[in-house]
Design a protein around this ligand. Structure first.
Ligand code: NAD
Length: 361
């Protein structure tokens, strides 16, 4: 295959590679932010980015977020991510996926890939043919789709946030507004429903909205309306950057606890939420359930869903600790979470001590 690689230098990042395979239609970027605690692990996002710079900015933010997520979760992995510039309305050609697998393989284990938005695990299984540096595969020895673990971690995170704000152990009587009803949003909505929450939902996908209305008695609103609805908790589960100077003044909730990556447009938006008396659950902490899950398959002993579930349960206490520290220091929760990650990175807490093992052969 005729793959072309262009190295891109960005301060603060270990390695960034643009990957092109013209015949296969592949145009991708793989970003390694920090591998001091272990190999970079992060999903592959396929998205119809308008420009190359949009794709580059997204992969840089996502890769750095993975460093922080891994450091706080102490998974012995580093921060990395990849993006493929692709119109996700169209199926991806097999050649494109195989070429991307070859590109991941050429990094010789510095980067371990997984699913993300626009990259279902069926596509990941094709990428796997070109590299074994992949996790979360539809294979009996792999951990499968991480979404249900991410959603369970999100459920615990919503409960921890409700505990902090109202001192309650159940969501009964609380109104929760969910943005995005995809792989994690719909699963989380299901758990919120069974715990007694009243749901308000939105998605650009009308079928997903209709399903939530039918199954959970949810109230549907348009994607633009979700920011201004009267609710107790707002749960963003779609794309990033949605907490910003335009949307934060519109919010009528007491807490934000959702699973989307990079919800804050800038770190200053964490302060803006705090100033409005809105408790923010740092995204890379509440959404670390899927990462916990895929990392268990790298153990020498192989994957165990029981071990993965028990790791995910740490999210509840981790968030309550961050909320307490935020009160004590009078600092926004996103800053406290960043400090926690830096603390672990500087002191090598959670650094990988053993080699990673792949069992999906
Ligand atoms: P997905 O593609 O399955 O779902 C995203 C949903 O958001 C889709 O239903 C889509 O129609 C909807 N959406 C898109 N734009 C929207 C808009 N403007 N308004 C309302 N809805 C909109 O993706 P996913 O796997 O559920 O991931 C959702 C978010 O959670 C992403 O930010 C992802 O990075 C993050 N995340 C996912 C996992 C995981 O395990 N899947 C882990 C960590 C973080």
């Amino acid at each position: 295959m005729n793959l072309r690689y262009n190295e891109i230098k960005v301060d603060g990042y270990e390695r960034i590679v643009e990957v092109i395979h013209e015949e296969a239609g592949l145009h991708a970027i793989i970003a390694l932010h920090n591998t001091s605690h272990g190999p970079a692990l992060g999903g592959i996002r396929a998205y119809p980015y308008a420009t190359f710079d949009d794709a580059l900015n997204d992969v840089l933010r996502l890769a750095k977020g993975m460093t922080y997520k891994s450091a706080v979760a102490e998974t012995g992995t580093g921060g990395g991510k990849s993006v493929i510039i692709w119109d996700t309305a169209k199926p991806k050609p097999k050649e494109l996926l195989l070429a991307f697998g070859e590109a991941v393989n050429s990094l010789a284990g510095q980067y371990i890939c997984a699913e993300d938005v626009g990259m279902p695990i069926s596509d990941l299984a094709v990428i796997r043919k070109g590299t074994h540096y992949a996790v979360g595969l539809p294979h009996p020895n792999s951990s499968g789709d991480p979404s249900r673990f991410t959603a369970f971690g999100g459920f615990l995170g919503v409960k921890a946030t409700a505990k902090k704000i109202w001192g309650v152990d159940s969501l009964k009587g609380l109104t929760v507004a969910v943005q995005g009803l995809g792989a994690v949003g719909m699963r989380l909505a299901d758990q919120l429903f069974w715990d007694g929450a009243k749901l308000i939902v939105t998605d650009v996908n009308k079928e997903a909205v209709a399903k939530a209305v039918q199954m959970y008695g949810a109230t549907a609103v348009s994607p633009d309306e979700i920011y201004g609805v009267e609710c107790d908790l707002f749960v963003p589960c779609a794309l990033g950057g949605i907490l910003n100077p335009d949307t934060i003044p519109m919010l009528k909730c007491k807490g934000v606890a959702g699973l989307a990556n990079n919800q804050l447009l800038t770190e200053a938006d964490g302060q803006a939420l705090m100033d409005r008396g809105i408790l923010y659950s740092p995204d890379f902490v509440i959404n670390s359930g899927g990462l916990f899950n895929v990392c268990v398959e790298l153990y020498k002993e192989g994957y165990s869903p029981l071990v993965a579930r028990d790791h995910v349960m740490r999210i509840y206490d981790l968030l309550l600790t961050i909320y307490t520290l935020s009160d004590e220091r009078k600092q926004p929760t996103n800053i406290v979470a960043n400090d926690l990650a830096d603390y672990n990175l500087e002191r090598k807490i959670g650094k990988r001590e053993s080699e990673v093992t792949f069992h999906h052969f």
